[in-house]
Design a protein around this ligand. Structure first.
Ligand SMILES: *Cc1c(COP(=O)(O)O)cnc(C)c1O
Length: 390
């Protein structure tokens, strides 16, 4: 089939030519029948790979039963999902929305509400430079992506930014209006930036010391991606508010904001959304959670993550690159030169999808079910592409 024209789409991003038509596990095919090994996986949304049987099964079964009765009524998958998410996180209550940005937006509203009711009207949120929290205006204001402050001003006020990983800077930025600290446990879009060990635990102490809310945005790092169910478990600390998205729906748009008993202060009318908590997406999320919490999966993610990390390290040594970093199946390769887009394009030509979130950096976020031989095949193509374009 000939690709139809792209001229009807608003210009928002650059895309390569292939039109994707079908996926299965770690593989995806374009309209010309070319096959690709997919280490992007919808930006880590297809946690169980393309068209995972659990996702397809939950979708078709729920689609035939009840799709969208409106948030004005309870539905069974929503009630079950909220309960399951609170069990898994140890938090008190959940709000279910559709996208990561909405989950963050909800976290911001919850923190502001809490500040008004419980913390002498404080509303300011301290987040980190380089952070990515989504593309609504408030989520953009909370983000620290370079250049974003120039795109759509004026932004909602009440956001302050400090360097990621810098505890002292965070401490110094706290003032009378501060209500919450908002961080990703590992900065994802910024290029898989792992903070110094102890950072999250120290933020927990800092928040407690000042009576603030600690918000972890785990839209990217949550739900098994780093080899633990949640990345904050690596430091044995809990947030007051947690955002989840991406992998939660196994490719279907669904996101969640959770809070502990202290933080959950919404009242009737405070938050809503036409598609929020619809049974179709909730039933898929339940199926995804069941798969991710199966006894073998996290062990597999850790082992596969090790294999990927070792392979990337070897690549660094062989090709004289700057380094590699990450945790579990969220890894990055620092090229040390601005060739990431050329390498990504060479990978595409050889049947591999990888992501280049920065000029000199590639990111890898395969299916949590990626096999050892798929990782090896990826590393082989990557090495070839680096030889040609790196
Ligand atoms: C992707 C991402 C978001 C935004 O999610 P969307 O579904 O694109 O709105 C928010 N926070 C983090 C950490 C993310 O990685």
């Amino acid at each position: 089939m000939q690709p139809i024209s792209s001229s009807y789409l608003m210009t928002t991003t650059e895309r390569p030519d292939p039109v994707l038509v079908r996926g299965n596990g770690s593989l995806v095919w374009d309209s010309n029948g070319h096959r690709y090994l997919d280490f992007v996986q919808g930006w880590a949304t297809n946690a169980l790979g393309h068209s995972a049987p659990e996702v397809t099964q939950a979708l078709t079964a729920q689609a035939a039963r009840l799709v969208a009765p409106s948030p004005a009524f309870f539905n069974e998958p929503l009630l079950a999902l909220a309960q399951r998410l609170t069990e898994l996180t140890g938090l008190h209550q959940a709000y279910v929305s559709c996208t990561g940005a909405e989950a963050v937006e909800c976290a911001i509203k919850l923190a502001r509400k809490w500040g008004r009711k419980q913390h002498h009207g404080a509303y300011e949120i301290i987040s980190t430079r380089g952070a990515f929290h989504g593309r609504t205006l408030a989520a953009m204001a909370a983000s620290g992506k370079p250049g974003w402050d120039q795109l759509f001003p004026p932004y909602p006020a009440g956001f302050t930014k400090v360097a990621f990983g810098d505890l002292d800077a965070m401490r110094k930025a706290i003032g009378a209006r501060t209500v919450a600290l908002l961080v990703e446990p590992i900065q994802g879009e910024a290029g898989v930036v792992v903070p110094p060990a102890g950072y999250l635990a120290a933020l927990r102490e800092l928040a407690d010391e000042h009576g603030l809310l600690l918000v972890f945005d785990e839209v990217q790092t949550g739900l098994g991606r780093t080899g633990r169910l949640f990345a904050h478990e690596w430091e044995g600390v809990k947030p007051d508010i947690l955002t989840l998205g991406k992998g939660l729906g196994g490719g279907i748009p669904i996101a969640a904001t959770l809070g502990n008993a202290r933080a959950c202060c919404f009242e009737t009318g405070d938050q809503g959304g036409t598609f929020h908590g619809a049974p179709l997406a909730c039933s898929v999320a339940l199926a995804v959670l069941q798969a991710i919490t199966s006894p073998e999966l996290l062990g597999h993610v850790r082992a596969a993550g090790e294999r990927l990390a070792r392979g990337l390290e070897a690549c660094v040594a062989r090709r004289g690159l700057l380094g590699s970093r990450g945790r579990g199946l969220l890894q990055a390769l620092e090229l040390g030169r601005p060739t990431a887009h050329a390498v990504r394009d060479a990978c595409l030509a050889h049947g591999l999808l990888v992501n280049a979130p920065r000029d000199s950096l590639l990111r890898f976020m395969p299916s949590l079910r990626v096999t050892g031989s798929e990782i090896d095949a990826m590393l082989e193509i990557l090495d070839r592409a680096l030889g040609e374009a790196g």
